[in-house]
Design a protein around this ligand. Structure first.
Ligand SMILES: Nc1ccn([C@@H]2O[C@H](COP(=O)(O)OP(=O)(O)OP(=O)(O)O)[C@@H](O)[C@H]2O)c(=O)n1
Ligand SMILES: C[C@](O)(CO)[C@H](O)COP(=O)(O)O
Length: 369
């Protein structure tokens, strides 16, 4: 059976109420979205796997896998419709990334029971009250994902402005045939932080991640010089699209390198008018927020400034303290001349080399506090 897998991971993870978005929680070395996609692909050979991501994360997902990454939208159903545009197989299996521990037998049972839509559910074990009246709980189904649908039926069912909370409801609304199979407690959806007690969720790796950054800028007259967010009292600055803070640019590349997220140019293109003259401290803070949302913590950074001029001895401590405060981590600053050799030695500009280390935020430790 040709089946496409869609993993929905473009949500905002609001109810998790945690610094890291749930799709970026690390399971060993993998973000949850990759863990779920790989786990389901280990159960069945899907013709194609499509993952919806927040539109700003597509490039980051693509650096970590070769699945098809599609921009999500403001609603789960709209994210799904974006993904369905890329589906041509007869069947499509749609799952929430938040249902991280779906067992293999659920996948097998779905595939063994095709219909317009096949859906796992749990029977409530509590008494059910609906609009303050007790109802027959044997007639209640608690719906889970993955849900297996005939692709063309699902596309037709979603060709509406009405929003449904799952594919089954949309297909049911157009009279499609729904088949139900027994679900699993292990398929619980990670909605709140307390839901992170699922057995398949192994703690984040304790590995430290190291990155390096190198940047150079030429001097430019009649411009302020900013290094590490500190104004340097000289009558010239550094030529750049931004404020030219070559120390922070090098540090950003080291941080992004440690995370495997590419480089500063990918995040802040120097052709983008939004960044003209911008304070590089603001760029650094944006990178720190991105790393935090995506499950990283900064351990330390070590920065070497190579400059024949200006003399930085009186500024090193200011720069070190400023960056350490912004990173909330240990920062070391070194400064050296280039012994009058090369472009640096001729006083044409400054080079900076940085090293940064990261670790994964240990959600498992936080859970067990
Ligand atoms: N616009 C959206 C909203 C949700 N989802 C995905 O749909 C699944 C179920 O949604 P939910 O559990 O509500 O996740 P979030 O929307 O992230 O959570 P919250 O509602 O707390 O923000 C999640 O895997 C989520 O990533 C999506 O792809 N696109
Ligand atoms: C699709 C779903 O998981 C089925 O139970 C559920 O409707 C998702 O709800 P959410 O509020 O989008 O998490």
């Amino acid at each position: 059976m040709d089946v496409t897998l869609i993993v929905l991971s473009a949500g905002n993870s609001t109810r998790l109420d945690y610094p890291v978005k749930k799709q970026w929680l690390r399971i060993d070395n993998k973000p949850l979205w990759l863990y779920v996609a790989d786990r389901l692909n280990s159960f069945y050979t899907f013709k194609q796997t499509i993952i919806t991501s927040n539109k700003n994360d597509i490039r980051l997902y693509e650096k970590l896998c070769d699945y098809t990454i599609v921009a999500g939208d403001r609603e789960r159903q709209l994210s799904l419709k974006n993904a369905l545009k890329h589906v041509s197989t007869e069947y499509v299996m749609v799952t929430d990334v938040a249902r991280a521990c779906v067992p293999k037998n659920i996948i097998e049972n779905l595939l063994s029971n095709p219909a317009d839509c096949t859906v796992p559910y749990l029977k409530p074990v509590d008494t059910v009250v609906y609009q303050n009246k007790t109802i027959n709980r044997d007639e209640v189904k608690l719906i889970q994902t993955p849900q297996l649908s005939r692709t063309e039926i699902l596309k037709k069912a979603l060709d509406t402005d009405k929003l449904f909370t799952d594919e089954r409801a949309a297909i049911e609304a157009m009279g499609g045939k729904i088949k139900y199979i027994e679900g699993s407690e292990e398929s619980k959806k990670i909605t709140y932080f307390k839901d992170l007690n699922l057995p398949c969720l192994t703690p984040p790796s304790k590995n430290t991640l190291t990155g390096n950054g190198y940047d150079t800028h030429a001097f430019e007259e009649n411009k302020n010089m900013i290094l590490g967010g500190v104004e340097i009292d000289v009558p010239y600055g550094l030529k750049a699209h931004s404020d030219g803070d070559v120390v922070i640019h090098s540090l950003i590349d080291a941080l992004l390198g440690a995370a495997g997220f590419g480089d500063i140019g990918e995040f802040f293109p120097d052709t983008d008018e939004r960044y003209k003259g911008i304070s590089s401290v603001e760029l650094l803070k944006e990178v720190i927020n991105t790393l935090t949302y995506k499950g990283y913590e900064i351990i330390n950074a070590d920065i070497s400034i190579i400059a024949q001029k200006p003399k930085l001895k009186e500024y090193k401590t200011k720069i070190q303290r400023n960056l350490s405060k912004i990173l909330n981590a240990q920062v070391n600053i070194k400064a050296t001349t280039n012994e009058k050799m090369g472009f640096i030695g001729r006083g044409e500009g400054i080079a900076v080399i940085s090293t940064a280390t990261l670790q994964y935020k240990d959600w498992h430790e936080d859970y067990n506090r």
